[in-house]
Design a protein around this ligand. Structure first.
Ligand code: DGY
Length: 313
């Protein structure tokens, strides 16, 4: 029997399944454990079930070794230093595929909300400012016939492309393996949706220069990672009218404090990192993370391993 530290309550029955085979220590609160607490608990553990808010880097691994496995409750693993885990012989699990449609749905929901100014219109109603019907009230932008530029053409990017095609959009994409250049995509697109992983190469990918390349009527959608976009540059672009709007599921910093200057920018919709937040998706993610740990602790390969090279040695 191994000891597993789980850093958040999980939807579904995954924790019970882990408890049936192992000793589980569960962080009881809704927010993440403070880093010191994470280190202290991980020192007592053989394996961790972590969230994207838990930073697992080389210093952490040195402080808590030896760990037998880490299962990250996310498809993204930018919170985990995979190279350091591989060097320490620790397999790292993630949760690909199951959240593709949920995340693509949210990207498209944000696109439509920004295009049709849903947030402004809803706010007007709630604040008693429902205008008498008028030909010029709350004019938004067309989606059908518009060009959707997808940056990062993996599973989620392709799922967003399918949705765009269904809405009669022209799709262009940019990725490491091909498509349009990023500059061309930014210049041509009416909507730019980000789906690239966060890596040293993509951190700050969209800054002042890139925002200036976009059409002044264009809308930026980010459901990938906040750090892909330079926050100050986005704030300025929205305030100066360099682009027409932005709709974000992820921000830098995250969470975004209520008094953050970005929130004073016009035509901005922000939701709190809920891309994968459907009941069934989150339950499937729980099961995948649990299956990854159960396999690793049984001495088997994780079914979804983000650093498969760890098995080469
Ligand atoms: C992920 O899995 O990387 C998402 O951002 C959270 O579900």
């Amino acid at each position: 029997m191994a000891r597993i530290y789980v850093t958040r309550h999980l939807p579904g029955t995954a924790v019970e399944r882990l408890r049936a085979a192992h000793d589980v220590d569960l962080w009881p609160e809704d927010g993440p454990p403070p880093h010191d607490e994470l280190v202290a608990r991980a020192r007592e553990a053989d394996a961790l079930l972590t969230m994207l808010t838990d930073r697992i880097d080389a210093d952490f691994l040195r402080a808590v070794e030896p760990l037998r496995a880490v299962a990250n409750y996310a498809v993204g693993t930018d919170n985990v230093d995979l190279d350091a885990c591989t060097a320490a012989g620790i397999p790292v699990g993630n949760t690909p595929d199951v959240l593709t449609d949920a995340t693509a749905d949210l990207a498209f929901a944000l696109l439509l909300a920004a295009a049709r100014r849903i947030r402004d219109a809803d706010e007007a109603v709630r604040s008693g400012n429902w205008p008498t019907w008028s030909p010029g009230a709350f004019l938004g932008q067309d989606v059908a016939g518009a060009t959707l530029g997808i940056v990062g053409y993996g599973r989620i990017g392709k799922a967003v492309a399918r949705r765009g095609e269904g809405f009669g959009m022209e799709i262009i994409h940019n990725s490491r393996s091909g498509g349009a250049s990023l500059d061309e995509l930014l210049e041509r697109s009416d909507y730019v949706s980000l789906h690239a992983p966060l890596t040293p190469e993509t951190r700050g990918l969209i800054g002042e220069r890139e925002l200036a390349l976009m059409k002044p009527t264009a809308i930026l959608i980010n459901t990938a990672r906040g750090e892909l976009v330079q926050t100050r540059a986005l704030e300025r672009a929205l305030k100066d009218g360099a682009i027409a709007g932005a709709a974000l599921d992820v921000t830098d910093p995250e969470p975004l404090p209520a008094d953050h200057p970005l929130l004073t920018a016009p035509n901005l919709t922000v939701v709190p990192h809920i891309g994968s937040a459907t009941r069934t998706t989150r339950e499937k993610m729980s099961d995948m993370a649990a299956n990854n740990l159960l396999a690793a602790l049984a001495g088997e390969r994780m079914p979804y391993c983000a650093n498969p090279e760890v098995y080469d040695g």
